[in-house]
Design a protein around this ligand. Structure first.
Ligand code: 5GP
Ligand code: MN
Length: 348
């Protein structure tokens, strides 16, 4: 467990009654003319988009009229999430209110995950942060950060409930996408009885789990299927890494994407095709994001705290799912990971 940042939430503790009350007051106290901006982390995933748009729909039901949602970088939403209810709230980051009365940030562990939108935190009247990363740095004004929550959407629903918003099928679809994404379709350790109870509440609104899962997990262009074949085919297994717990890794370049005419987001699912390797506790995918810049995904089956590896290399995340941005060549990036692994072993 890392030490909390100065002024940040104590590591491991969830929001206090005071935190919840402050967040409720920040929303309830908004004047009718207030401009509210919702933001989430770069390369938004199902939890970032789902918790942000689901909460946005809740704010709309409460009568908030000047409401925008955005994320850093190119405004294209990954195809699997384009159908999400509330997508009409999305604007490109350059069109987002420059000085909103309230900014609400979803699923971002640190300001570095907010790209050019980080200035909105300073310019906003109030900055409210909803998150579930233990590595959250404590940025923003009001913190609803619960490291025990399986997804940021759990925190979002906690706030919607306290605001008296009635759950409907549109809000539920967004929150279900978020919850099923971050629990790996209810497979990861974070899948507690409370998670299933929450899922039951969402499903009771009439949403279709089969249809949602097919859209977000089980649909990809044929070009991506071929690209995965190639990239998985070059995976390396290093049984001696991580003090013998094993490392499996692969990489994908922008040239790989171009050859198969695929957008970058298709690579987000690649880690799932690698981390099934029985002989490795740790899995890693290195995805080119610039000339010598790589977005790195790390996963562990339980022997290694990969958030420690990611944090040592400038990133963050959770114990068993983390990431960072690496610079240099693929081999240099992987060598840095190899070096950090022995120091990140969890007690057996
Ligand atoms: P993924 O591998 O799916 O992109 O990310 C796994 C986890 O690591 C997520 O919780 C994500 O928020 C976190 N993560 C991924 N990349 C970064 C990064 O560059 N910086 C930080 N702080 N966290 C990251
Ligand atoms: Mn999340």
């Amino acid at each position: 467990m890392t030490a909390p940042a100065a002024g940040g939430p104590p590591a491991g503790a969830g929001p206090t009654d005071t935190d919840w009350a402050a967040a409720v007051a920040a929303v309830r106290g908004l004047p009718a003319t207030a401009r509210v901006l919702l933001i989430c982390h770069v390369n938004p995933d199902g939890d970032a988009l789902g918790s942000m748009l689901g909460f946005g729909l809740g704010l709309r039901r409460l009568g908030v009229r000047q409401l925008q949602a955005t994320f850093p970088g190119p405004p294209e939403v990954p195809e699997p999430f384009r159908w999400l209810p509330g997508s009409d709230l999305l604007v490109p980051q350059d069109d987002a209110y420059p000085d909103p009365d309230l900014v609400i940030c979803f699923d971002a562990a640190s300001e570095s995950r907010l790209g050019d939108l980080v200035d909105r935190l300073d310019k906003a009247g109030t900055a409210l942060v909803l998150d579930h990363h233990a590595s959250n740095t404590g940025f923003g004004g009001i913190h609803l950060v619960d490291p025990h929550a399986a997804a940021t959407s759990v925190v979002a629903l906690g706030l919607l409930d306290r605001l008296g918003v009635t759950l409907d099928a549109e809000i539920a679809a967004c929150l279900y996408v978020a919850l099923s994404t971050d629990t790996g379709s209810f497979r990861f350790e974070a899948t507690t009885p409370a998670v299933h109870e929450l899922a039951a509440r969402l499903l009771a609104t009439g949403i279709s789990p089969g249809e949602i899962s097919r859209r977000i997990f089980d649909t990809r262009p044929f070009g991506a299927v071929r690209l995965f074949g190639e990239v998985v085919g070059r995976a390396r297994l290093e049984p001696a890494a991580a003090a013998g717990h094993g490392l499996v890794w692969t990489y994908a370049t922008r040239e790989d994407l171009a050859r198969h005419h695929q957008p970058a987001y298709v690579l987000e699912a690649l880690i799932d095709s690698v981390r099934c390797t029985a002989e490795a506790d740790v899995s890693c995918v290195v995805k080119q994001s610039g000339d010598a810049e790589w977005a790195v995904s790390l996963r562990s089956k339980g022997a290694v705290d990969v958030s420690r590896v990611a944090m040592a290399l400038g990133g963050g995340g959770h114990r068993f799912a983390a990431g960072f941005t690496g610079w240099g060549t693929v081999d240099e990036v992987v060598e840095r990971i190899r070096t950090e692994l022995p120091g990140a072993l969890l007690p057996t």
